[in-house]
Design a binder for this molecule. Structure first.
Ligand code: DOR
Ligand code: ZN
Length: 366
């Protein structure tokens, strides 16, 4: 049992592989924040991943190409000089978003995609979209220019149970987006249900999904095991075991529709351990170690590289990374806390032992 009292997954097939050399992966969904928090967390992502799709939900959301360019410059400045890392910027969609601004930003190579937050679905989403129809003109333009739409797929209605919000979103909104914009590239972000897995599998090749390590590792019990456990709270919230198992099958299946997106979302310990705690799990420091363990447990290590390093670039139409990284079967002790922004953040799987270790770029590993 781990810290949350969640039963460990057993290894289904014992693999003799002790060392994996794979193409350097990318993180297709991360929150890097800004200011001191950005400086504290960005190198955890940059050390493991060549590129990352950076989410735009800052307190003042990124809605213009100029704001994205300036944010990108702050990110690049915060990355250690010996690390090669490319942030890929996204535009936060609002009811009033300017389609020309979006298209211009994409054309100039500043925006890689747009992010749809239903208004008030999650952290800093109050400027999000109140009615999908309001952004149809923008979706039209994005479809035409080949710009991907990244979707936080949850309804926000108070009469819909929080555990049903993703499934209801598929029915009410996602199915309409894909039906009305059949040539639009859509990423269903951080999916958490068997319903979303089925929707993505049944859709055409322009619909893909990211899946986080935490939704592969624990079900909703983890939030309540022996007391309220704020460090297991994120949005979309973890669901029942049957859903976790569907996600594990999807990521390890070898399907090109599913790719790595950590949704690493740091909040200080005080913001998490509060009467109104923030949603988000800070998994960046040991992201690859967490994911690879799932593939090992499922006896599917051979499909790890496609999920981590190939499916994402193929979907986005970007080149794959040419450098390689090394992971070895060696215990990694996850610390209880880490310093960030003058406070502490609690890393995902704090105080646990992970079975793999990220060793760095192949060129630098003996
Ligand atoms: O848990 C989450 N945290 N889910 C999100 O959608 C946003 C994120 C954050 O920015 O904190
Ligand atoms: Zn996110």
């Amino acid at each position: 049992m781990n810290q949350a009292g969640v039963k460990h997954n057993t290894i289904k097939t014992h693999s003799l592989t002790d060392r994996l050399v794979i193409r350097r992966p990318d993180d297709w969904h991360v929150h890097l924040r800004d200011g001191d928090m950005l400086k504290s967390v960005v190198n955890y992502t940059a050390r493991q991943f060549a590129r990352a799709i950076v989410m735009p939900n800052l307190p003042s959301p990124i809605t213009t190409a100029k704001a994205a360019e300036e944010y990108r410059a702050r990110i690049v400045k915060a990355v250690a000089s010996d690390i090669d890392f490319q942030p890929l910027m996204t535009c936060y969609l609002t009811d009033a978003i300017d389609a020309n601004e979006v298209a211009l930003g994409f054309d100039k190579g500043i925006f890689s995609a747009c992010k749809l937050y239903p208004a008030n679905a999650t952290t800093n989403s109050s400027h999000g979209v109140t009615d999908i129809k309001k952004i149809y003109p923008v979706l039209e333009v994005m479809q035409r220019i080949g710009m991907p739409l990244l979707v936080h797929g949850e309804v926000t209605d108070s009469d819909i149970d929080i555990f049903d919000r993703e499934a209801v979103f598929i029915e009410r909104t996602m199915s309409k987006i894909t039906a009305n914009f059949p040539a639009l590239k859509v990423v269903f972000e951080h999916i958490t249900t068997a319903d979303a897995v089925a929707f993505v599998e049944e859709s055409g090749p322009l619909v893909g999904a990211t899946i986080t390590p935490h939704h592969l590792d624990f079900n909703r019990n983890a939030m309540f095991q022996g007391g309220i456990k704020p460090h297991y709270y994120c949005l979309p919230v973890a669901k029942r075991e049957v859903h976790r198992l569907a996600l594990r099958r999807a990521v390890t299946s070898g399907s090109a529709k599913f790719f790595l997106g950590t949704d690493s979302a740091p909040h200080t310990v005080g913001a998490k351990e509060s009467a109104c705690g923030c949603a988000g799990i800070f998994n960046a420091p040991y992201a690859l170690e967490s994911y690879v363990q799932v593939f090992e447990e499922e006896g599917k290590l051979e499909n790890f590289e496609a999920f981590a390093s190939e499916n994402g670039p193929k979907f986005y139409g970007l080149p794959m990374n040419s450098e390689h990284i090394v992971l070895e079967r060696q215990d990694t002790n996850v610390p209880s806390d880490m310093d960030a922004a003058g406070a502490q953040v609690i890393p995902y799987r704090a105080n646990e032992v992970l079975r793999w270790q990220f060793k760095g770029p192949e060129a630098t590993v003996a």
